[in-house]
Write a protein that binds this ligand. Structure first.
Ligand SMILES: NC(=O)C1=CN([C@@H]2O[C@H](COP(=O)(O)OP(=O)(O)OC[C@H]3O[C@@H](n4cnc5c(N)ncnc54)[C@H](O)[C@@H]3O)[C@@H](O)[C@H]2O)C=CC1
Ligand SMILES: CC(=O)C(=O)O
Ligand SMILES: [Mg+2]
Length: 372
C-alpha cells in the first residue's frame, strides 16, 4: 500500500503521523511511504532522516494526498486538507466529529474511508489510541491550570501546593478516566488538595486503589458536582462519552458563582467541552475569561509537547497502521470489532451512531456499510 504522511497544519501543531522508526517498519512490510517535506521538523526529524529509512519526500501536501492510498495524520483534517481527500482513500487520524458539523459534512462528501483514533476500542473497555494523548493532556492540564492561577494571567495568585502554613489549592477533576487520573497524579505530586468526580463506581474504586487517601474519589451527582466546583480553585474537565458530544456538567451559573480568579482547564473541549462557557482555543491564545474565571480550552494540548506526544501516539497507532496496510481496510476492520469501532465515515455514510444522531444524519452500522 502507498501511505502518505502530510505535515500537520493546525495552530502550533508540531506532532507528525509517523516517526522515521514507524516508516521503517512499514517499508519492511513491503509498503511505500510518501512524507511531506519537513513533516517531522517540529520534533527534529529532517527529510534526510525519513529518506534514510526508505521514505520518499514530496514537496507539498497536495502531492501526498494525490498519491497515497492511506493518509496517516494526527489532528482532524482542516478544511484545505478535506478538499484534497479522494473517494476510497483511507484517512486514519483523530477526527472528533461530534462537535464538528462542517468536518462531518466534508468527510461524507469526500466518500473517503475515515477511521478515528479516538473511537477505536479494546477488549478491556479502553480507548487504546486516545489513551496516550489523554495521559499527556491530563498531566499537562495541571501545568496549564497552575499557570492560569498566576496573577499575571488573571488568576487568584495561588500556588497549587501552598507552602508550610498556607493552604494548598483545591483541584476538582471531573471524570476519573485517563485524563482525570493523570491530572490527579500530577496535582497530588504538587501537593494540591484533590477531589475526583466520576459516575462510574468501578472508576472510583480504581482511583481509590491508586491514590488511597491522597485524593477524595466522589460519586458525581449534580449536588456533589456543584458543591466541589464552587469550592474549587482549579477545575479540570475530563469526562467522555466515547464519540459523543461531551455533557455540559458545569453550567454558566456555576461559573458565575465560582471564586474570582479561579481557573478551569476543559480538556474535553475536543468533544465540545463539559463546561457551558468553554470554547475551543489555540496554543497561540490559550485562555479567555468569563465571569472572572480563567478558561483554558486548547483542543490539541499534546501538540505543545510534540516530542513526547508523537512517540507516545506512534507506539499505539503503529500496529493498527501496519494492520490496515497489510490486510487492506476491509479485512482489517471486518476481522476486529474494536478496530471497526473507529470507522466514523465510510464512502459517504456516517457509521458512528452518536455522530449521526447528533446531526440528524442517516446512520449505517460500520458492519453493514463494509458488507454492502
Ligand atoms: N484537549 C486535548 O488536547 C485532549 C483532549 N482529550 C479529551 O479528554 C476527554 C477525556 O478523555 P479520557 O480521559 O481518555 O476518557 P476516559 O473514557 O478514559 O474517561 C472519561 C471518564 O468520564 C467519566 N464520565 C462520563 N460521563 C460522566 C459524567 N456525567 N459525570 C462524571 N464522569 C463522567 C467516565 O466514567 C470516564 O471515567 C476526551 O474528550 C478526550 O478526547 C484527550 C487528549 C487530548
Ligand atoms: C486527542 C487529541 O485531541 C489530541 O491529541 O490532540
Ligand atoms: Mg464568579
Amino acid at each position: 500500500m502507498i501511505i502518505g504522511v502530510p505535515k500537520e497544519i493546525k495552530n502550533h501543531e508540531y506532532r507528525v503521523g509517523m516517526v522515521p522508526g514507524s516508516v521503517r517498519e512499514l517499508i519492511n512490510h513491503g509498503h511505500k511511504v510518501f512524507v511531506e517535506h519537513n513533516a517531522g521538523i517540529g520534533i527534529g526529524f529532517t527529510d534526510d532522516d525519513y529518506q534514510a529509512v526508505g521514505a520518499e519526500i514530496l514537496a507539498t501536501a497536495a502531492e501526498v494526498f494525490a498519491s497515497a492510498e492511506m493518509i496517516v495524520k494526527v489532528k482532524e483534517p482542516q478544511a484545505v486538507e478535506r478538499a484534497m481527500l479522494r473517494e476510497d482513500q483511507i484517512l486514519f487520524t483523530y477526527l472528533h466529529l461530534a462537535p464538528d458539523l462542517p468536518q462531518t459534512e466534508d468527510l461524507v462528501k469526500s466518500k473517503a474511508i475515515c477511521i478515528a483514533y479516538e473511537t477505536v476500542t479494546d477488549a478491556r473497555g479502553g480507548l487504546p489510541l486516545l489513551a496516550p494523548m489523554s495521559e499527556v493532556a491530563g498531566r499537562m492540564a495541571i501545568q496549564a491550570g497552575a499557570q492560569a492561577l498566576e496573577k499575571s494571567n488573571n488568576g487568584r495568585g495561588m500556588l497549587l501546593g501552598g507552602v508550610p502554613g498556607v493552604e494548598p489549592a483545591k483541584v476538582v477533576v471531573i471524570g476519573g478516566g485517563m485524563v482525570g487520573a493523570n491530572a490527579a497524579q500530577i496535582a497530588v505530586g504538587m501537593g494540591a488538595d484533590v477531589v475526583i468526580l466520576d459516575r462510574n463506581v468501578d472508576v472510583l474504586r480504581r482511583l481509590d486503589a491508586q491514590f488511597g487517601n491522597k485524593i477524595k474519589a466522589v460519586y458525581s451527582t449534580a449536588d456533589a458536582l456543584e458543591k466541589h466546583v464552587l469550592e474549587a480553585d482549579l477545575v479540570i474537565g475530563g469526562v467522555l462519552i466515547p464519540g459523543a458530544a461531551a455533557p455540559k456538567l458545569v453550567t454558566a451559573d456555576h461559573i458565575k458563582r465560582m471564586k474570582p480568579g479561579s481557573a478551569i482547564v476543559d480538556v474535553a473541549i475536543d468533544q465540545g467541552g463539559c463546561i457551558a462557557t468553554s470554547k475551543a482555543t489555540t496554543h497561540a491564545e490559550p485562555t479567555f475569561i468569563v465571569d472572572d474565571v480563567v478558561h483554558y480550552c486548547v483542543a490539541n494540548m499534546p501538540g505543545a509537547v510534540p516530542l513526547t506526544s508523537t512517540f507516545a501516539l506512534n507506539n499505539a497507532t503503529l500496529p493498527f497502521i501496519i494492520n490496515l496496510a497489510n490486510k487492506g481496510y476491509k479485512k482489517a476492520l471486518l476481522d476486529d470489532v474494536h478496530f471497526r469501532n473507529g470507522l466514523n465515515v465510510y464512502k459517504g455514510h456516517v457509521t458512528f451512531k452518536e455522530v449521526a444522531e447528533g446531526f440528524n444524519m442517516p446512520y449505517v452500522t460500520a458492519l453493514d456499510a463494509l458488507n454492502a
